[in-house]
Design a protein around this ligand. Sequence first.
Ligand code: ZN
Length: 209
Amino acid sequence: MKENELDNFIICKKCHTLHRKIKLHHGTKALCQRCNSVIYRYHEPNFIDNLLALSLVSLISLIVAFIFSIMRININGIYQTLDIGSMFIVIFNNQYYLVGIMLTLLIFIFPLTILVSIIVALTLIKLKKSKYLVKRLLILIAKILPWSMVDIFFISILVAMVKLFDYAQLELGVAFGAMFLVIILDIFILKRVTLGDIWEEYERVYGGE
Ligand SMILES: [Zn+2]
């Protein structure tokens, strides 16, 4: 079998059954014959543009989430504003350096690197330029994707909020909405597009050059 003939086949990620790929119709998806899980989806011809737009919105929201206040906490008339910047200052002032560095990586550096890499890679794919750089970026994204934990951070804030509700009044800030948007976009993007789809587009655009 020639190497490019393998491109006509796809393996179900769940049960590892091999399927021959067929062309899908608009809005449809291919299901595994054996376990019924989604193997791949039909992609609009402009899915790269959509993904690029969503990633840009996500990047802006993430930056907003880092700059503005997440919430204002009112305990018996004493106000305390919670934002990510001052949270880091408190962590480092209390000499929790390891926690601080881990948090910086997991909720700041990794998510930003992923989004910027996606945006640069997709833009280059659209311009059909810098094949090598796009390849490095896609590999980088795959490596750090499991380490982006904005969603877990958000959930822990929600849990903390539930505990605070008993004795404090909470006013949600701009950053709270922004972070919520980042999570929703993240789920939306991941449900529709996988890195495999971007690799496919990569192969299609740059071919066997
Ligand atoms: Zn399967």
